[in-house]
Design a protein around this ligand. Structure first.
Ligand code: KG4
Ligand code: ZN
Length: 351
């Protein structure tokens, strides 16, 4: 089955075409129009600007995805088996651009529609290259979310814990802003951190020993702010601050993931979300997973860690295969969509 995926949840307008056969995925096209340059001067995403840019770019991006996949618009209704679109969580006005476009195409081309949860899309980035061995423990770390989930099957993804305040990516972005490093903060902080191997600067590891699987990163941002204020000449030790900040986040993420892996009976550990582009997190988690007997470690290709439409199309493919379609009249965006709420809705619609 051929799937058109559309993603406009935050600041990337993306469209992709994939072909799914049994448990194998072939990517036919993968187009992303990034808005990073538009938001950079503000040090973060400006929702109004993001929505305007999505409205302008969504059709050209879909057009290019079809062309690169060798699909003419006249044959699209025959060739495409389903349109998968991210319907939340995300910025409501950004989501609307993708969802309303998907609804129009579904209606005019008479192609069934699949509603995809953005976080679930990140999880399915691990299903692009291969079908991972389930049950799997999933650590999803992005600009908007940080959560640990247990995936027993395509139909059963249970959240074990999540952040109580800032997401890990948000913490990177806010810390970079404090140090005047620019946006998005994660890649910039990791570039500075790569330059050194140790430091005597100490930041806290929030909630590392809490009995649950929840996270909290806002205190870490406050802690680095105090340290910078105390150190009159922090600009001279920027690599060290970046190194310690990154390591504090990595330590907490890995500690909780390994704790969950020891508690639940799993075959794999998967990493996903924009922060999974972080080379040190990938390296250190892969190393830590070796403590868990017989478990495989999966992480998406770097280009499918941050927002993209391939992962939405893949998530959509597995839903379409299970007949979990949403009529265009019923599809609405939901900026606060939780993982379990979407699954519940889909299961009840399917049933
Ligand atoms: O998944 P994503 O593209 O968007 C959301 O769904 O939020 O994630 C974007 C986040 C940003 O906060 C960005 O700073 C972070 O991912 N990020 C990184 C790296 N690359 C992107 N964080 C740490 N290290 C990186 N290399
Ligand atoms: Zn995302």
């Amino acid at each position: 089955m051929i799937i058109l995926g559309i993603e406009t949840s935050c600041d990337e307008t993306a469209a992709a075409i994939i072909k799914g056969e049994n448990n194998n995925i072939t990517v036919l096209s993968d187009i992303i129009s990034s808005q990073i340059k538009i938001h950079q001067p503000y040090g973060g995403v400006v929702p109004e600007l993001a929505a305007r840019e999505h409205a302008v770019k969504v059709l050209p991006v879909i057009d290019e995805a079809l062309t690169r996949a060798g699909i003419k618009k006249s044959t699209a209704p025959k060739k495409i088996g389903a349109i998968a679109v991210a319907a939340g969580p995300g910025l409501i006005t950004s989501l609307l651009a993708g969802v309303e476009t998907a609804k129009v195409l579904s209606h005019v081309w008479n192609i069934p529609l699949v509603s995809v949860n953005h976080i679930e899309g990140h999880i399915y980035a691990n299903f692009i290259a291969q079908y991972p061995k389930l049950p799997a423990l999933i650590l999803t770390v992005s600009g908007g979310h940080t959560l640990l989930a247990l995936m027993k099957s395509e139909d059963s993804i249970k959240t074990l814990g999540e952040t109580r305040d800032d997401a890990a990516g948000e913490a990177f972005d806010k810390a970079a802003k404090l140090m005047g490093l620019g946006y998005p903060g994660g890649p910039i902080i990791s570039k500075y951190a790569e330059k050194i191997k140790k430091t005597d600067i100490k930041l806290p590891r929030p909630m590392i020993d809490s009995p649950d699987f929840d996270f909290s990163f806002s205190g870490l941002k406050t802690a680095i702010r105090y340290e910078l204020e105390k150190d009159g000449q922090w600009q001279k030790r920027i690599e060290e601050y970046c190194f310690e900040f990154q390591q504090a986040i990595i330590d907490v993420l890995i500690h909780k993931t390994i704790k969950a892996a020891k508690k639940y009976n799993i075959n794999s550990i998967m990493l996903s979300g924009g922060v999974s582009a972080n080379k040190e997190l990938r390296r250190q988690l892969e190393q830590a997973v070796k403590q868990i007997p017989n478990s495989n470690f999966y992480v998406p290709d770097a280009k499918h860690t941050t927002d993209n439409a391939v992962m939405m199309a893949v998530s959509g493919y597995y839903k379409a295969r299970a007949d979990k379609f949403t009529p265009w009249q019923k599809l609405t965006v939901n900026s606060n969509l939780e993982l379990y709420v979407l699954l519940f809705l889909m299961l009840s619609m399917a049933g």
